[in-house]
Design a protein around this ligand. Structure first.
Ligand code: UD1
Length: 366
């Protein structure tokens, strides 16, 4: 019973790791295809090691081109692989171009498709990811939703998948596994920061970093808060800061892309997190840190409704207003985590949902 996971970026590795282990423990022959969308191979390899994953069974090496080039190369690469033998099911995590291309390749080759992290919506069509996740939900047969709200979204859109299941969030499973390491790690002091006395920031979305005025506005707005900022700089952002001539001020500590556990440690020991990332806003919430989202919408509206995150957009004035609200965030805002994202057993639920789907499709014993 071969199941293939198609991934290509760091958040997809984090989402997939506990799912891989759960499939393997249940006796599936699970393999991983790495598209190579993020072509910093050494860094992705470190992530594989950190999350205890075996080397991918194949690497499509598509990094470095335009999104169209990447998507078409992944479709061609997977198409050739499927011509040599198909898995009983492929699983694509999240909403990246790798997930979209993996999904289309499966659809063309007649490989049943499971979409992990199905149903989340930001309703912001400027985001490539919003288009990707909508397309994926409509071409997948098994939808694996991380929250009850995501199930509602696919029901409201009348998506015709054979199976829709609220499994919980597998990123939460990954984070819980690392809690003991986090207790021992102090990434803040490693980077010369005072525990609880700095903001941890990441920015990488095209809508935030590809426009000079927007990027400058966020950097200046955050700089004006006057507190130390640990800024984990994504390769795309580093390139834009340089080409736009935008220089973060002296209160920023610029950090290279970080290992997973250091990222969690820096978020967990911060005063608050500032980000445009989908994954980091959840991780901050699970670690009990409030978040300023440099966006006008989010796919994780539950965290905003719980009062633990604020949508502040990209203007300095709104970033300052959001900062002013952080003192009022109460511990109760973080208590809804389990109710929203599950109890850390999402990966086991994924295996159950996939097994049930395969049995119904006549591809596995029930
Ligand atoms: C992509 C995903 C986004 C995800 C993010 C995580 C899409 C449309 N977007 O955005 O959903 O949250 O990855 O990082 O698929 N690069 C590296 N090392 C990295 C990351 C990126 O070298 O760790 C390079 C890439 O190879 C590329 C550039 O940085 O040259 C920008 O990456 P790109 O593929 O455009 O997508 P991201 O902005 O990373």
């Amino acid at each position: 019973m071969k199941v293939t996971i198609v991934l290509g970026t760091r958040p997809q590795i984090i989402k997939s790791a506990p799912v891989y282990h759960a499939f393997a423990a249940a006796g599936f022959d699970c393999d991983i295809v790495n598209t190579g969308q993020h072509y910093d191979y050494e860094m992705n390899r470190e992530f594989f090691k950190e999350l205890d994953l075996p080397d991918p069974s194949s690497d499509l090496n598509v990094g470095g081109g335009t999104p169209n080039e990447q998507v078409s190369a992944i479709i061609r690469g997977l198409g050739s692989q499927f011509a040599d033998g198909k898995p009983v099911l492929a699983l694509v995590p999240g909403d990246t171009n790798s997930a979209l291309a993996g999904g289309i390749a499966c659809s063309k080759a007649g490989v049943p498709l499971a979409h992990l992290e199905s149903g989340c919506r930001s309703n912001d069509f400027r985001m490539a990811e919003e288009v990707n996740r909508r397309v994926l939900d409509h071409i997948s047969q098994a939808l694996l939703c991380p929250t009850p709200g995501c199930v509602r979204n696919v029901r409201e859109e009348k998506v015709l998948a054979s199976s829709v299941t609220n499994v919980g969030d597998t990123m939460y499973d990954s984070l819980l596994k690392f809690i003991p390491s986090l207790e021992m790690m102090d990434a803040a002091s490693k980077y010369g920061l005072d525990d609880g006395g700095y903001a941890f920031m990441t920015l990488h979305r095209a809508e935030t970093v590809d426009d000079r005025a927007t990027l400058r506005s966020v950097i200046e707005g955050v700089g004006a808060l006057g507190i130390p900022v640990a800024f984990g700089v994504h390769p795309r952002t580093r390139e834009r800061l340089k080409s736009f001539g935008v220089s973060p001020g002296p209160n920023f500590t610029l950090l290279e892309p970080l290992p997973y556990v250091e990222t969690l440690s820096l978020a967990g020991r911060s005063k608050f997190v500032i980000t445009d990332s989908g994954g980091l806003q959840k991780e901050a919430y699970w670690l009990g840190r409030p978040v300023l989202l440099t966006r006008d919408d989010t796919e994780w509206g539950e965290i905003v409704e719980a009062g633990a995150a604020f949508l502040v957009g990209t203007e300095g004035r709104r970033i300052a207003q959001g900062y002013g609200k952080l003192n009022k965030v109460r511990p109760a805002a973080f208590r809804a985590a389990k109710r929203i994202f599950g109890s850390g057993n999402a990966s086991a639920n994924v295996v159950k949902a996939v097994s049930k789907f395969l049995a119904r499709a006549g591809k596995a014993p029930s």
